[in-house]
Design a protein around this ligand. Structure first.
Ligand code: GDP
Length: 384
């Protein structure tokens, strides 16, 4: 995303069109103090120039070159003012027309916000609008309120001394720790269930989702392809994938499903290996447990008599989808495995892969003699 190189001044009506007690017009971009006419259109009763008025203070005054209108103006940022005037349409029209004469274009409030924000803000706002759960929305909202920006601005202004570089490297590392976590605030974590055909993968997904989504069948190999559903576990958005039974087969259709299942397994954020503890263990079960040593292990169908005994790994959770046993513990274990730590309040978290890429470039530049590469990447991080 490119930043608008010159921000031409804009005016936007923030309050709804129509009659009301008060209307608010926001003017964004340096304009009032630029030329004589601009300076005279608003006459504050305290006679101070607008650019000298303190931020966030209400300034009472008169608006217009002829038959002035009473207004209250507030400088809400360095080059942003809000004009509060009479809510009737005439007052709004007149102020916007005066502003037009000063070269201030009238735009919608949404458009004005788009033009006034930089890449970082635009991305954070967009990420917040994509939040899938309250928990992720809370975390994104905190970043939107300036936590990530403060860190980025520190990085932008770092001095290229040994101490400055050391401080920047520590801060970049601290932010990058949360890269994977931050990207999953908008993109669900991918969790793949695997196990022999008929072990109960579809049933377990249905049980986790709380409704029937996958097709459950007595015939091995019925779930031929990858079936995915998005849900939230402990407030984290999660895409559950139910894969074709992983076994050697001659059947072409099922082989394609198996290939897709293998790929999904390899790229998943987390794997859940299911074994049927109502059936004696088979070599494929041991193979899966060996292939995925960090997977969450489910001893499924624990409502049936245990045919595994001491063969069942100690870390296995005993679960029954039919009898609804162990489902809460399983959800908790999945959530803990995906996000073992949550950033403390005030921790900067990058939320897009573009931000993560910029931070990585900055980190590389810090290790070398790359001041210009560092500056470029840090500017890109904020301004796009
Ligand atoms: P998949 O091939 O791994 O997806 O297995 P399914 O979910 O289709 O289930 C296969 C069979 O196991 C079905 O008849 C289910 O009703 C049965 N099943 C699934 N979960 C359980 C369970 O927790 N306990 C028992 N006793 N049977 C189950």
């Amino acid at each position: 995303m490119t930043q608008h190189p010159i921000r031409s001044p804009t005016a936007a009506l923030l309050t709804p069109v129509g009659r009301a007690a008060v209307a608010v017009i926001r003017v964004s971009g340096s304009w009032l103090a630029d030329e004589e006419r601009g300076r005279t259109v608003f006459q504050p009763v305290n006679h101070r120039e607008l650019r000298e008025q303190p931020l966030q203070r209400l300034i009472y005054g008169r608006w217009g070159w002829s038959t002035p209108e009473e207004v209250v103006v507030c400088r809400t940022a360095e080059d942003v003012i809000e004009i509060q005037c009479h809510g009737g349409e005439a007052a709004v029209k007149r102020i916007l027309s005066d502003l037009g004469e000063l070269g201030v274009e009238t735009v919608s409030a949404a458009e004005q916000r788009r033009c006034a924000t930089d890449a970082l803000d635009a991305e954070l706002q967009s990420a917040l609008s994509q939040a899938l759960t309250w928990r992720t929305a809370d975390l994104l909202n905190e970043q939107c309120r300036g936590v990530l920006r403060t860190a980025c601005e520190r990085l932008l202004n770092v001095s290229w001394t040994a101490a400055g570089r050391e401080e920047a490297a520590a801060l970049v590392d601290q932010v990058l720790v949360w890269a994977n976590f931050g990207l999953h605030l908008t993109t669900p974590w991918s969790v793949v269930l695997t196990g022999r055909p008929n072990v109960g993968k579809s049933s377990l997904i249905n049980a986790l989702l709380g409704f029937r989504r996958a097709i459950v069948s007595e015939q091995p190999g019925t779930t031929r392809d990858v079936v995915t559903s998005i849900t939230a576990l402990e407030g984290w958005p999660i895409q559950l994938a139910d894969t074709a039974g992983l076994r050697e087969t001659e059947e072409v259709l099922e082989a394609a499903g198996i290939a897709r299942a293998r790929e999904r397994l390899a790229t998943a954020d987390l794997r859940v290996v299911l074994v049927d503890i109502g059936e004696p263990p088979a070599p494929e079960d041991f193979q899966l447990l060996e292939d995925w040593p960090t997977a969450v292990v489910v001893g499924h169908k624990c409502d049936r008599p245990d045919a595994w005994g001491s063969d069942l790994p100690e870390r296995a959770l005993r679960v029954s989808s039919v009898a609804q046993i162990g489902l809460e513990e399983l959800q908790q274990q999945i959530a803990d495995a995906l996000a073992p730590e949550v950033p403390a309040p005030g921790t900067p978290v990058p939320v897009t892969s573009r931000q993560v890429d910029c931070l990585r470039q900055m980190r590389r530049a810090l290790d070398g003699p790359g001041e210009s590469a560092y500056r470029e990447a840090s500017r890109t991080l904020v301004f796009g």
